[in-house]
Design a protein around this ligand. Structure first.
Ligand SMILES: Nc1nc2c(ncn2[C@@H]2O[C@H](COP(=O)(O)OP(=O)(O)O)[C@@H](O)[C@H]2O)c(=O)[nH]1
Ligand SMILES: [Mg+2]
Length: 235
């Protein structure tokens, strides 16, 4: 089986629930690219109504379906293969529907997560205030090297904004996590959030802990790529 076929076969096989880290690395025979196919679990967390499901649908299908999704109790996931730096990366994105109360997201999901997208709603102060509690829980149960990204969603709702962008930035700095504002409705920064996570995970898998390898700077990457949603939409 050729390398590409092998990679595709691996991607297809990597679909079962709670798949563990797939660290297989395939090196192209011509040696130009180190091609790593991984299946990484990314969990969306945050209060109910912040737009987790909408964000996932926007990333997966490129569209916004207005109205609340039924808060089915349980966790479901969506798989998506993205290409970062010529490498196919499979993200398995878990949506914590109906589990938004603290301490109710099964600890196993945190433990198995490679990345966490933590959302608040820029029009909801309580969802922002609860971010600290979410981070406490994440630090308690997730792996120490989990990639965390803070997202202020619903950036399109400028007139109803109650959390300024700089407040989100400050909180993110305090916890040393990357931050951006997103809109599941317009799609602003949605792909970027997932792609930045995929790039970070891919970089870690390919380059590992080799001391001489330049590290991928997720903060700098995001700063260079992100669209400022409504530059003048502060109060
Ligand atoms: N204007 C706007 N509405 C959004 C956005 N994201 C989600 N919503 C709306 O917010 C509500 C809750 O969204 P949902 O995805 O179900 O939130 P979840 O409970 O966190 O999964 C729904 O009415 C969505 O249509 C967004 O970026 N902009
Ligand atoms: Mg939901």
């Amino acid at each position: 089986m050729g390398t590409v076929a092998l990679i595709d076969a691996h991607i297809d096989s990597c679909t079962h629930v709670l798949t563990h880290v797939c660290t297989h690395k395939y090196t192209h025979t011509r040696g130009l690219l180190s091609c790593c196919v991984c299946c990484w679990q990314t969990i969306l967390v945050g209060d109910s109504g912040v737009g987790k499901t909408s964000l996932l649908v926007q990333f997966d299908q490129g569209k916004f379906i207005p109205g609340s999704f039924s808060a089915t109790v349980g966790i479901c996931f969506t798989n998506k293969v993205v290409t970062v730096d010529n490498v196919k990366v499979k993200l398995q994105m878990w949506d914590t529907a109906g589990q938004e109360r603290f301490r109710s997201v099964t600890h196993a999901y945190y433990r198995d997560a490679h990345a966490l997208l933590l959302l608040y709603d820029i029009t909801s102060k309580s969802s922002f205030d609860n971010i600290r509690a979410w981070l406490t829980e994440i630090h308690e149960y997730a792996q120490r090297d989990v990639v965390i990204m803070l997202l202020g969603n619903k950036a399109d709702m400028a007139s109803e904004r109650v959390i300024r962008r700089d407040e989100g930035e400050k909180l993110a700095r305090e916890y040393s996590v990357p931050f951006m504002e997103t809109s599941a409705k317009t799609g602003v920064n949605v792909d970027l959030a997932f792609i930045a996570v995929a790039k970070e995970l891919k970089h870690r898998a390919v380059h590992g802990q080799q001391p001489n390898e330049p590290t991928f700077q997720i903060h700098e990457y995001i700063e260079s790529q992100k669209e400022k949603s409504g530059c003048c939409s502060y109060f």
